[in-house]
Design a protein around this ligand. Sequence first.
Ligand code: ATP
Length: 316
Amino acid sequence: MRTYQLIAPAKINLYLEIIGDRPDGYHELVMILQSIILSDRIEIRSNGTQAINLHCNHPLVPLDQTNIAYHAAQLMVDQFPERFANYGGVDITIDKQIPVAAGLAGGSTDGAAVLLGLNLLWELGLTIPQLQQLGEKLGSDVPFCVRGGTAIATGRGEKLDPIQDLDNLWVVLAKYNNLAVSTPWAYQTYKQQFGHTYINDIAGIQSRTSQLHSGSFVQAISDKDGKKIGELLQNDLEKVVLPEYPQVAQLKEVLKQAGGLGTMMSGSGPTVFTLCQSQTEAETIKKTARQKIEDPSLEFWVTQLSSSGISIISEQ
Ligand code: ATP
């Protein structure tokens, strides 16, 4: 039975601006997405049956159709029924290392890994853009996770323009393991409070998008200017999440005071991250923050920015 093992990296948002409303109920976004080394490991193994079986070592990850990895496999079965009939079902095993419901696209990256894994296992020969197009059906972050690296994401996050990769920086992530923020709640609340500022015409949306392309953030990334990148971090969702979750606001403040290039919440949170020049700096910031907040439910990860998306680590 053939088996593929893949690495599925998490992402952080270096920039997240909500610029408008969409008829499909999503929001029009302008983001800069960045892969990090912190990853799940996914094994995809032919099982010689006609079943898709899912296994995961994390108690909070669902094992039914609501799991994005399962949904990805079902999508591939629906799209390529003859391959499924010829090659048979799969066992998908997720070794979950990315914190769950953390604003780090943990589920999306697992879904992207299953698309890539089945593309290999079933010898489909689909290209990255074709896999990204399938990924759009699974979730807004999935197309980015397929390729990874550093990219400007627009639309609801699925339209991607890769930019200069940024892999020279380190990052400290911090999250309370008993805290989750609902992504729909965060966007709905933002709309209630700030909807009046939305741009609702195509020309305005395009102009805002091109401003980001030619603006100082993308320039700082091209220059690999960590200090400038740290200063320019932005996440509009902080405006609704931080007032509602004072623990997250306090965590952000403590991390900021501890040093580094810049501190921001990722996605709809509740993970907060600090960019750093070096591993030593990241470890020092983690230690300082841990001393300031003595709460056993607060977890830290020290990792690096990454230029890779899903990668294959073994094939048998
Ligand atoms: P995003 O940044 O894409 O909004 P997230 O990092 O905030 O995602 P996930 O870790 O993807 O959040 O989990 C969100 C919810 O999705 C979880 O509470 C869980 O119930 C469900 N879920 C479905 N599939 C997975 C998966 N493979 N891994 C983790 N959670 C999953």
